[in-house]
Design a protein. Structure first.
Length: 550
């Protein structure tokens, strides 16, 4: 590997690096078959039970495939750092929110930006001085990936593109195994391994399963070994080259170990899938019967640990946050109800929804929901942005594990836009069903359903916010002690007098499920305690536009 000056990874450190990688991969490999079994059992249990009734009145809207934004920006090259003008096209959910750029409008496709694993930042002062104003950049969470640098034609355009890229970074999904059971098993195993090594709270999977496991291996390596090695690399002209060499060496070792381990884990689970599936199906009824008693035992056992924590968290975290955020979020939902009703009413009055041009204008209505400074959600957009940009010092101390004020903003905005799309889709279905007659009456009916679903959506947003805030402290404060407390229940599982049934219960998974149910119930009780005022405000918005109660 060269001399010690150029390569600080001597034999001892190289051996330690291999030891850490093998330890992480080995821990993953032991757990993955167990989590795969749990995921397969859950899938079969869900299929065996009746589907839960959806309380919402509006139908789901089709997956959007229209462009979100197009326009020209300058982009810096990756290898040759020159700047060229390119024509950008922001795709929608149907294309996983990718951003394409072309040589020019109507020209050759040059490349596609996949935004998963990135965040958007404006240029700092040094970058503005060097590259010009109105700049934005895509910065990866993993510093081994490329940074994308772009400049817009104006600050208004930069702001618009920043929102488009931020939306894509947040919503784009990573490439993944097409087998849902395999993917859910991977996520559960990765969470277990993270907890095992003391990594609590929020994180995001940004690549394939193998890449995500490799990234975590690198996190552990950095903490246990590599950061100290890099810190001790002496300053000078060779430092960057030495650090890059260390990174490449680490990457090569991690990729080799993780790729083989992941492929072997997948192959092993695929070979046992049919046998396990057959065995589980014959034992579904006994599983349902035994789970009731096991979960009751776990609930009794962990109550002394969970309930004091939830009482403290409720008074110290959840109730203050609920009180602080419910008012601005309610205003945004009220603005959505009023804005969408007014928008559709104007299209009806203008004749835009006549049969001969209905298709064009209903598609335009969907597109308008995504517009920032116009359209039915204009006021709601501004109110959501205010949640992000306003003074949140009163609750900032409660943000942990990656949950931020941007989470408040984005979750509220997503819920509002989904609500608007579903209402427009319901209007479209109704208009076609009644052959475009009595559009005003149809709008009144749809708005009544919109009010009903807005209340459900807002409650779900509040539940999600409080759950996000509690994720890290629950994992670090409650999970581990509870796991220790329930170990004696394993004897109960082992003594179940049904051949093969004890093997189908995983104590840690049952405990996680019980803890999740307890925490969710406590959060819902807090939200329910302050929801009446929220519902009253949304109902009043419906009354103001003449919608019937739903």
């Amino acid at each position: 590997m060269g001399n010690a000056m150029n390569n600080p990874l001597d034999e001892e450190k190289t051996a330690r690096m291999a030891e850490i990688i093998n330890e992480v991969v080995g821990t993953f490999g032991k757990q993955f078959p167990l989590k795969y079994k749990d995921a397969l059992i859950e899938k079969l249990k869900e299929e065996a039970q009746p589907e839960e009734e959806d309380p919402r009145l509006l139908p789901d809207a089709p997956e959007p495939d229209y462009e979100l934004k197009t326009g020209t920006m300058n982009k810096q090259g990756d290898v040759v750092k020159n700047w060229k003008q390119r024509y950008f096209v922001a795709r929608n959910k149907a294309d996983n929110y990718c951003i394409e750029y072309y040589e020019k409008e109507g020209g050759k496709l040059k490349n596609t930006i996949h935004c998963c694993g990135y965040q958007v930042e404006d240029f700092n002062e040094e970058e503005e001085a060097k590259f010009g104003a109105h700049g934005l950049k895509l910065v990866p969470y993993d510093d081994r990936r490329r940074v994308w640098m772009m400049t817009a034609e104006s600050d208004e355009e930069r702001a618009e593109w920043s929102k488009i890229f931020a939306n894509a970074c947040r919503k784009a999904e990573p490439p993944r195994n097409p087998d849902d059971v395999m993917h859910h098993a991977f996520k559960a195993t990765l969470r277990f391994v993270r907890w095992h090594y003391g990594y609590w709270g929020w994180y995001r999977i940004c690549g394939t399963e193998a890449e995500a496991l490799g990234s975590f291996c690198c996190d552990v390596l950095n903490r246990e070994l590599i950061n100290d090695v890099i810190y001790n690399v002496p300053a000078g002209p060779a430092r960057n080259a030495t650090v890059n060499f260390i990174r490449k060496t680490v990457d090569a070792n991690v990729v080799a170990a993780v790729s083989g381990a992941w492929n072997a884990a997948v192959a092993a689970c695929e070979t046992m899938k049919a046998t396990l599936e057959s065995g589980v199906k014959t034992l579904l009824d006994p599983i349902f019967e035994q789970e009731v008693g096991l979960k009751a035992k776990i609930t009794d056992t962990v109550g002394g640990t969970v309930n004091p924590f939830l009482q403290d968290a409720g008074g110290r975290i959840c109730r203050p946050v609920m009180k602080f955020v419910s008012q601005p979020i309610t205003k945004a939902f009220v603005a959505c109800v009023k804005g969408l009703h007014a928008f559709l009413a104007k299209q009806i009055a203008d004749g835009s929804f006549a049969a001969d041009n209905f298709d064009y204008n209903i598609k335009w209505s969907h597109r308008s929901v995504e517009y920032w400074s116009s359209g039915p959600c204009e006021d709601a957009n501004k109110l959501c942005w205010g949640i992000y940009t306003s003074d949140i010092t009163e609750i900032a101390a409660f943000f942990t594990g990656g949950f931020t004020s941007y989470s408040l903003y984005s979750e509220t905005l997503d819920a509002i836009r989904d609500l608007a799309h579903r209402a427009i889709h319901a209007f479209e279905e109704g208009a076609r069903a009644q052959d475009f007659a009595d559009m005003e009456g149809l709008l009144t009916q749809v708005t009544g359903k919109l009010v009903h679903d807005a209340k459900i959506a807002q409650k779900n947003v509040l539940l999600g916010i409080l759950s996000g805030l509690l994720q890290s402290p629950v994992e670090s404060t409650v999970i581990n002690p509870s796991m220790e407390l329930v170990k004696p229940i394993q004897d109960v599982i082992d003594s179940i007098p049904v051949p093969g049934l004890p093997d189908l219960f995983n104590l840690s998974s049952l405990t996680e499920e019980v803890l999740g149910t307890i925490v969710d119930g406590a959060i819902e009780a807090i939200v329910d305690g302050g929801i009446d005022e929220v519902y009253a405000a949304i109902d009043e918005a419906g009354v103001s536009v003449g919608a019937p109660s739903a």
